[in-house]
Design a protein around this ligand. Structure first.
Ligand SMILES: *Cc1c(COP(=O)(O)O)cnc(C)c1O
Length: 450
């Protein structure tokens, strides 16, 4: 089969995620990838693309990383999958132990699942049932934020706050309390950064004060609302949110699915705020992007609320997936953690984070760049039609799509969200590659915007 046949079959049989399939009636077709190495992926004709989005934020150590491939193969030769109720296995045990060590024993237990969305479902059910078991049955509601993204299953969509993705499903969802997005560039309280006193948290404080008896938990993406457009906020916001949750006896669920495993420069983003959440969800880079695997970490307090003789069967946590704690994925995650430790990741990333900071400066004077923001290995450029009024380009102008195409022609995979062009490459990107990524992105943007 040659390229044309592959693409024809793809379009005949496959329905792609987050994709309007009719777009492929045009000239641009899905790109058929056959291999990858480091930060590059290579298509069936030998064209290479710099993977500046870590293949949807999952890849951290580069593609086809040999040590991870070897760990996967060796585990597959031993045991590939086994039921995880009544049975257990070494990869899951050692991974859980390491994950708990890495959070300094502040969280104590690991619940496995398959992906970010399931990690969130687990967290929501756990938090909800916790209060039922503690005799505070009225605490049923969740606080979540505008522009939040927590995954695509219906529980996760319920706490999601991106209308474009979530609105159509609202009638299917449970009711939550929605609070303001901490969108510093477009401050919901009309403040300038220098004068910010975290006014955007006042609404949360008021609702907690008035209704804490009804509220089970607050769920938040730490430091960056990623899918909402790489919306970034200060670490102090999380610190204050933790204080509020403590004051009003509400659980804090920290969705580290995208930011965990050093995206922001530290193992978990919450570390920047000097806090410990009650529940932490992690997936994506947990396996360095090799295999789907997720964990939901929780405290002793939560765990022991479920721990009982079980005379009536009511204290069991009824949740599990066919592939819970898949040994292959756990083995890869273990090897990933070993590599991260050997590379001394926090130090390893520092010069790269600086290289982005330096390189982004050249975007600053461009007339359509409204904001430049960065947290660790995530950086973003918000494109506006009018810098002074912060007016956006209309959806119909398809700025993001055009930049995507312009990037592909230059051999770089950029995938702007709305008007937000962002960079979130595998950590193994070199400083030179960072410079060339930013140059290619700049040129792509200029080609589209003039
Ligand atoms: C990607 C993402 C999820 C969902 O993870 P999936 O593995 O795609 O289900 C949840 N939360 C955040 C913050 C994410 O970025």
């Amino acid at each position: 089969m040659d390229k044309q046949d592959w693409i024809a079959d793809d379009l005949k049989y496959v329905w792609h995620p987050f994709t309007q399939m009719k777009q492929y009636e045009g000239d641009e077709k899905p790109i058929c990838i056959v291999k990858g190495e480091g930060i590059y992926i290579e298509d069936i004709e030998g064209n290479r693309y710099m993977d500046s989005v870590s293949s949807w934020w999952v890849n951290s150590l580069g593609h086809a990383q040999p040590r991870l491939a070897k760990a996967l193969y060796e585990q597959a030769c031993a045991i590939e999958q086994v039921i995880f109720a009544g049975f257990t296995h070494k990869p899951a045990i050692s991974l859980a132990k390491k994950l708990i060590t890495l959070v300094n024993n502040r969280l104590k237990h690991v619940f496995y699942s398959d992906n970010g969305s399931t990690a969130i479902e687990v967290a929501l059910k756990m938090a909800y049932q916790y209060w039922q078991l503690k005799g505070k049955a009225s605490k049923k509601k969740f606080i979540a934020f505008e522009n939040a993204y927590h995954g695509d299953t219906l529980g996760a969509v319920s706490v999601g706050g991106i209308d474009m993705y979530h609105k159509v499903y609202r009638p299917l969802l449970f009711d939550i309390i929605r609070e303001k997005s901490p969108y510093c560039y477009r401050c919901p309280c009309g403040k300038e950064k220098e004068h910010c006193r975290l006014e955007c948290l006042q609404g949360v404080e008021e609702i907690l004060k008035a209704r804490h008896d009804e509220i089970a938990a607050v769920i938040i993406e730490p430091l960056i609302q990623a899918a909402g457009g790489m919306i970034m906020y200060k670490a102090e916001y999380l610190t204050k949110l933790r204080e509020l949750c403590d004051a009003y006896q509400v659980l804090l669920i920290d969705d580290e699915v995208a930011m965990g495993f050093y995206r922001t420069g530290k193992l978990y983003a919450y570390e920047h705020a000097g806090i410990v959440p009650d529940i932490v969800c992690s997936a994506k880079a947990l396996t360095a992007g090799f295999l789907p695997l997720a964990v939901t970490l929780c405290t002793d307090e939560l765990y022991y609320a479920f721990y009982d003789e079980d005379k009536d069967g009511l204290k069991t946590f009824y949740h599990g997936h066919s592939f819970t704690a898949n040994p292959l994925a756990c083995a890869v995650a273990n090897e990933n953690l070993a590599i991260l430790q050997e590379m001394n990741m926090e130090e390893y990333l520092k010069p790269k984070i600086l290289a982005f900071k330096r390189g982004l400066e050249k975007f600053r004077d461009y007339p359509h760049v409204g904001d430049i923001r960065q947290w660790g290995m995530v950086s973003a450029v918000e494109i506006v039609k009018d810098k002074r009024t912060k007016e956006c380009f209309a959806y119909e102008e398809q700025i993001g799509k055009k930049i995507y195409s312009a990037g592909l022609r230059r051999g770089v995979l950029l995938r702007p969200m709305w008007n937000c062009m962002y960079f979130m490459p595998p950590y193994v990107i070199t400083e030179e590659e960072i410079d060339s990524l930013l140059r290619l992105a700049y040129d792509s943007m200029r080609e589209v915007l003039g």
